[in-house]
Structure formats: C-alpha cells, structure tokens
Design a protein around this ligand. Structure first.
Ligand SMILES: Nc1ncnc2c1ncn2[C@@H]1O[C@H](COP(=O)(O)OP(=O)(O)O)[C@@H](O)[C@H]1O
Ligand SMILES: [Mg+2]
Length: 403
C-alpha cells in the first residue's frame, strides 16, 4: 500500500429493496421499485466484488452501462456510503464531485455549502476561506452565492460542486458523470482544471459516458459490469470492449433485453427504423423511428437520444416537447412513431437510447444501446453528406451565396 493512492479490496454493496417507495426518493433505476411491486424485501447487490489499485498520479476512467455500479463505487471511494463488505484505503485528501447535489445541504446557501464541504474534506475554516474567492470565480455563479442551493438549477449545483471539489486541494479527485453536462466553456474549464491537477501528480478517477474524453484524459480504464470489474487496461482496449458489449446488446431483440431499468409497467417491446424504401437509413432522406410498447401509452412520454459510437450525444427527441404538426395518437395506441423528412445525419454508425416516462414522472423503461443503426451516404439539400470524423455528425441543409 505504501506507494498506492487507492486500494479497493473486495468491495461489495447491497441495498435492501422493496420496503417502501419513499425510502428511495432519488432512485431512478427501476430494479428496486420493480421488485417493490411484489412487496417482497430482497437484497440487491449494486457491487459484488470489486478490487483494484490506483497508483499516485494515475488518471483512471471508469466506464460501464447505466446501473452497472459506477456511482456506488465512487460514493464508497469518497466515503459517502459504507461498503457492505470489503475495504477501501485511500491516501490523502479526497475531493469528490458526485451526482448533482450529493454533499450539498439544500437549505444552506452556496457560501455555507462551500465551507461545509471544506470541513467535510478536512479543511480548516481558514484554509477554505483562503480559496473561497477562487472557488466562486471558477464556478461563475457569484450572484447566487448567498442563495440557498435548493433554488439552484442542476447546472449551478454542478458548477459550484466542481469548483469546490477541484480547489479544495485534493490529493485524489473523484468526478462522476459531469463531463458532457453544462456549457462548452465550463466543460473546457473543468477539463483544464483536471489537466492541471494531473500535471501536479494528483490522482484522478473519472466516470463518464463520453468515451472520447476518457480516451483523451485517462492513462487507464476499468469497465464495470453488473457490479464487478469486467476489464482493466488501457483506455483503448477497455472502450473497445464496452462498445462491443453495447453492440451485442443491440443485436438482441429489445423484448429479450434484461439490461434495462425503470418501473416496468410499460416497456418498449420493439423498435423499427424505416427509410424511404425499407429498413435502411440514408442521409437526406425520409426516416422513421418507431417504438412499440407492450401496452397502452396514454399519458406516457417517449424520448430517445442518438449517440455516436463514442457516446457523444448527437440529438434527442421527446414527445413531451410537442409541436403543431404532431398527430395525437389514440389513447389505446401502443406505438410512438417519429418521422423525419430529411435525415440530417452524416453517414456512419449511431446508437440510440430510449426511455418511457409515465404521467407521474416515473421512468417506466429505459434502455441503453437499444439499437445500433447505420446511415448510408446520400444528399442533404443536393449536397453529398460525407463521414467526417472529428468534424461532427450533422449535415445542415445550406447554400453558399454571392455576398
Ligand atoms: N440507494 C439505493 N437503493 C437501492 N438501490 C440502489 C441505490 N443506489 C443505487 N442502487 C442500484 O444499484 C445499481 C447501481 O447503481 P449506480 O451505482 O448508480 O449505477 P451507475 O452509476 O453505474 O449507473 C442500480 O441498479 C441502482 O438501481
Ligand atoms: Mg451513475
């Protein structure tokens, strides 16, 4: 251990599920509530047996599908939750930016929370005060620093949370799923600060769906699958394995998929894509994404997001955001059909996540990598849409004119 920053030994974490709904107010993933329907109390293992070492100065990326146990692992590493068994040794001060709001007290102001967080991280009031200005400046939310954080938007939470975690002089910085949230300028700032900490030899652990960021930032990656470390290696090999896994899932018909979350009263049973003349999508041509549910969908909202193969979001669709041209389907309808006149995607491979949300706001079904599809070359407004790695995935109809 002498030369290690972190050692995780056989970490396991179980949750009791099915006691009562309200004991999991923030639980989005469905297994717990799915089981509570049966009113049985059972044990759910979010982490089964996780062991790994992290060297000082290592930048470790942690990837895996939704519900794999990544956030649980980070919460244990930052001592927000106790493992059910196993142990964790961390050398030095741990700064953690976990899911939005973790570690913040809603009734306290931003200012008070900065000091509270400092104290939790073992800083004296004076040490925190010395960094206070820097923290507030970095966060960019100075006008609201004396507002109770319960009035903050999630973006503001995030900004302040990251500013604290990154400035409280951590030996180990733990970041959960924030790259990709917030505006580009703030993201660049976060990446810059992470880079600085790395340059100073600090140890960094990052969870992100942005595989391109993991590839760029990390010296090593681990893949978490159903509560165990499925792979540990270079970012390239681990990301490759993760992509293969998503591809395998997508190859399985959606009604057989078990890697999904949500309450489960209504589920997506089939997905169909339709191009102009069959199941092939072509840039610039008509496209239709069809989601069939296993029951009536009155008051159910359907949303889907298209990602590139590296997990970067391309665009999203949501029946909750309606427009005059939408046609209301009958109350007993089971199909959501999204029609696009001219598909603005460049040729290439894409992935799609889908979620159904009930009228009470509870997620019924969420499926990651629900479908992998390819777009074939075609014309967008008469212009050839060409695959342009690193230059975006969208071909916008446009014209060049004499000025
Ligand atoms: N407080 C909790 N009570 C019950 N189950 C939980 C709780 N927190 C997480 N889980 C479950 O543990 C699993 C892993 O969750 P999480 O660590 O958040 O996954 P990830 O961050 O990889 O998406 C999920 O199935 C989730 O539903
Ligand atoms: Mg998570």
């Amino acid at each position: 251990m002498k030369h290690l920053a972190i050692r995780a030994e056989h970490l396991a974490k179980s949750y009791m599920v099915g006691r009562e709904r309200n004991s999991f107010p923030t639980l989005r993933e469905g297994l717990a509530s799915f089981r509570s329907r049966r009113r049985t109390v059972s044990t759910f293992w979010a982490l089964r047996d996780v062991s790994f070492d992290v060297q000082p100065g290592e930048v470790l990326g942690i990837i895996g599908a939704n519900g794999a146990g990544k956030s649980t692992l980070l919460k244990i590493l930052s001592r927000i939750v106790e493992p059910t068994s196993g142990r964790i040794i961390a050398r030095g001060r741990v700064g953690a930016l976990l899911e939005v709001g973790t570690g913040f007290h809603p009734e306290l102001t931003g200012r008070e929370n900065v000091f509270l967080n400092g104290a939790i991280l073992g800083m004296s009031r004076r040490e925190t005060a010395a960094r206070f200005e820097q923290i507030v400046e970095f966060s960019g939310i100075e006008p609201f620093i004396d507002t109770p954080v319960k009035r903050y938007s999630s973006g503001m939470y995030l900004r302040l949370g990251f500013a604290v975690a990154a400035h409280i002089d951590p030996d180990i910085l733990i970041v959960d799923e924030v790259l990709g949230v917030g505006d580009a300028a703030f993201q660049a700032k976060c990446l810059g600060r992470i880079g600085e900490l790395v340059g100073e030899g600090r140890t960094v652990l990052i969870v992100s769906h942005q595989l391109a960021a993991i590839q760029k930032l990390c010296s090593r990656a681990i893949l978490i699958r159903e509560g165990v470390v499925a792979m540990d290696g270079t970012p390239t090999t681990v990301i490759g394995e993760h992509l293969r896994m998503l591809q395998r899932w997508a190859d399985e018909p959606i009604h057989l998929r078990t890697e999904r979350s949500g309450r489960g009263h209504v589920r997506v049973e089939a997905i169909r894509i339709q191009g102009r003349a069959g199941p092939t999508l072509i840039s610039g041509e008509r496209a239709c994404f069809e989601f069939r549910a296993n029951g009536p969908t009155d008051r159910v909202r359907c949303a889907f997001t298209i990602y590139d193969v590296l997990g970067q979001g391309v665009t999203s669709f949501d029946t909750g955001n309606s427009a005059p041209q939408d046609v209301q389907t009958g109350a007993r309808s089971q199909v959501f059909c999204c029609e696009i006149d001219s598909l603005p995607l460049r040729p290439g491979r894409y992935r799609l996540n889908v979620a159904l949300t009930a009228g009470d706001g509870v997620i019924e079904d969420r499926c990651e990598g629900a479908l992998v599809f390819d777009v074939q070359p075609g014309l967008v407004a008469g212009r050839e849409a060409v695959e342009a790695p690193g230059f975006g995935h969208v071909e916008i109809a446009h014209r060049w004119v004499a000025a």
